[in-house]
Write a protein that binds this ligand. Structure first.
Ligand code: IPE
Ligand code: IPE
Ligand code: MG
Ligand code: MG
Length: 388
């Protein structure tokens, strides 16, 4: 079996100035130092252009929800959203991609709707997402996201729980404002109910994800069911809700439902790529790469390695995944080697690409307004190769 020391560097990039994962500081077992300088780094693909069309609207509306809120809990929120530093000073830190509100806006444009009508639900979706990340960081024991310490790593676990819960209520309150932008009561109620059902589904997925940590034989179907909940649900909801609430003449449910089907596929592609980045990603992810393996997460690479390895290799990695607690460095290294031998990265990437073929066909079959069909296509192509 060949050893690849550079992989060990990949699993723990310099996540931040403050919190450098301990694995980075030691050499992999039995490995030689890399003998040559690494190849020149490729430029990471940037977000599709249409993201910038909605950026100011989304940013202003997100900030407005926290303006004037004094108690310190909201400083945690402003920190996590990327607007403040830990000490409360202003920050221009790279927050998230704002993908879910952007999808809601794109869907609103796709049905020829009014962006103003879709803004409260777009804001709600981003706050639900960030609530889920505050808790996810704790659930996954991740100390770094976006190159910055996570809430529980700075303020502690109880603060992460309560500030996450509060952020979910900020989201609900934002959705309530659909009425203030002229969305009819019945449509607003429907949107709130869809939002609640989908974030509940997201929590079901998070629970499955956690419970799979202690299971060794998770099938691809079980994995897909889990990611469709933990990640797919909110992405689907984003596209559906933008399409539902935006038309001034009232909802076109058939069209919103057709858009939702695109969201279903995009959600799956998004999470498979996320799982690939979790093992083979670079510094751009802003997170310690390799943490999924260390925590025995049944992300797609682990599912593939555990279900396709045979003989002594299968025995070895099953034993590793059955061990108590987090994997140590040496075990992570063994798992990476097995994945390498099995072509796991190609398998994962191919699964995402296959899903994209179907999804692209679906996008082309819908009659979407203006440039939005080609923008959905641009997004799908970006999600297949994104680095962060
Ligand atoms: C990360 O989502 C969490 C998952 C559902 C995998 P994003 O990658 O969209 O997170 P941000 O908002 O850009 O940080
Ligand atoms: C996060 O999934 C999904 C939700 C927060 C609902 P992951 O745990 O796989 O995502 P990252 O890699 O931490 O962003
Ligand atoms: Mg996580
Ligand atoms: Mg997680």
């Amino acid at each position: 079996m060949t050893l690849y020391p550079e992989r060990l560097i990949n699993i723990c990039p310099q996540a931040s100035g403050y919190l450098r994962p301990t694995l980075l500081n030691s050499s992999p077992p039995n490995s030689a130092q890399p003998s040559s300088t690494p190849p020149a780094k490729k430029q990471a693909p940037s977000l599709p252009d249409f993201f910038s069309r909605y950026q100011n609207r989304i940013d202003n509306a997100l900030r407005a929800e926290l303006v004037g809120l004094e108690p310190a809990i909201y400083d945690i929120h402003r920190y996590y959203m990327g607007w403040q530093e830990i000490d409360g000073s202003d920050s221009n830190s790279m927050g998230g991609k704002r993908m879910r509100p952007t999808l809601a806006m794109l869907a609103a444009d796709a049905v020829g709707g009014d962006l103003e009508r879709a803004t409260p639900i777009a804001v709600a979706l981003e706050y639900v997402h960030n609530f889920s990340l505050i808790h996810d960081d704790l659930e996954d024991m991740d100390r770094v996201r976006h190159h910055r310490p996570t809430v529980w790593a700075v303020w502690g676990e109880p603060a992460a729980i309560v500030s996450g819960n509060a952020m979910l209520k900020i989201a609900d309150a934002a959705a309530w404002k659909l009425r203030e932008v002229g969305v009819e009561e019945d449509v607003a109620l429907e949107a709130e109910s869809v939002l609640t059902n989908h974030y509940l589904k997201m929590m079901e997925g998070q629970y499955l994800d956690i419970s799979f940590e202690t299971e060794v034989s998770v099938s691809v179907d079980q994995y897909l069911d889990m990611i469709e909940r933990k990640t797919g649900a909110l992405i689907e909801a984003s596209i559906y809700l933008g399409g539902l609430v935006a038309p001034r003449s009232g909802p076109d449910r058939a069209k919103a439902t057709a858009l939702k089907a695109i969201g279903y596929d995009l959600g799956r592609i998004f999470q498979i790529r996320d799982d690939v980045l979790g093992v083979w990603g670079g510094e751009e992810t802003g997170k310690p790469v390799g943490a999924d393996i260390k925590r025995k997460k049944k992300a797609l690479p682990a599912v593939h390695a555990l279900s396709t390895s045979t003989g002594a290799t299968a025995d070895r990695i099953q034993e590793i995944f059955r061990s108590e607690g987090d994997l140590d460095e040496e075990d992570v290294h063994v798992v990476l080697e097995v994945m390498d031998d099995l072509g796991t990265q190609d398998y994962c990437q191919t699964m995402a690409e296959q899903r994209w073929v179907e999804c692209k066909r679906m996008i082309e079959s819908l009659e979407l307004s203006g440039r939005t069909a080609s923008e959905f296509t641009e997004l799908g192509e970006f999600l297949l190769i994104r680095e962060s």
